[in-house]
Design a protein around this ligand. Sequence first.
Ligand code: PRP
Ligand code: URA
Length: 209
Amino acid sequence: MGKIMVFDHPLIQHKVSIMRDKNTSSKEFRDLTREVAMLMAYEVTRDLPTQEIQIETPICPTTVEVLKGLDVAIIPILRAGLGFVDGMLEIIPNAKVGHVGLYRDPETHEPVEYYCKLPEDIDKRRVIVVDPMLATGGSAIAAVDFVKARGAKDISLMFLIAAPEGIEALTNAHPDVDIYIAAKDEKLNENAYIVPGLGDAGDRIFGTK
Ligand code: PRP
Ligand code: URA
């Protein structure tokens, strides 16, 4: 069974609260998405394996811990997931980036696939799927279906805001994945938007509405 972690760090909570405000501009929203991604990446990578190596400081030889390989793949769900990529790459600069293109059909709320390009060696990487919103869970479930079909085994997902319905659907469909979220909200509304949420994450990042 994967773990579910809700971040209660005050810096993350503060930034997400500003993002929720409808008066926050797209530029500010984008900047905050990048900043929260960096803070969350710090925690999501907490259990990356390390190994000991010998070095010499200016004072003496010593043994230090370094990362044992940097085999991470960041997989944004297009398009809103793109907002997380730069911040994550600042913390994990050698990560590879794959893309899964999905949008929700406005009537059925079901995910529709339009693009999928993943690193070839995804089966050997620690995969972190990123998207600001987990609403019904349909998009996240489809994204995990894709990466698993290409052989990925070690999969985490990182969201800003999740609805209880989405968490339940995702954990039922993929009980083996770890889920990291900045905030768990109340519910979905009749249009499958998260309440109170922050609106349409893609539109807010890219200023399309
Ligand atoms: C949003 C969001 C998620 C999805 C979540 O994307 O970024 O991918 O909805 O909803 P779900 O859990 O019900 O699947 P959207 O479909 O609006 O596409 P966009 O990023 O291109 O705006
Ligand atoms: N997608 C969004 O961008 N926002 C929601 O609240 C639900 C799905």
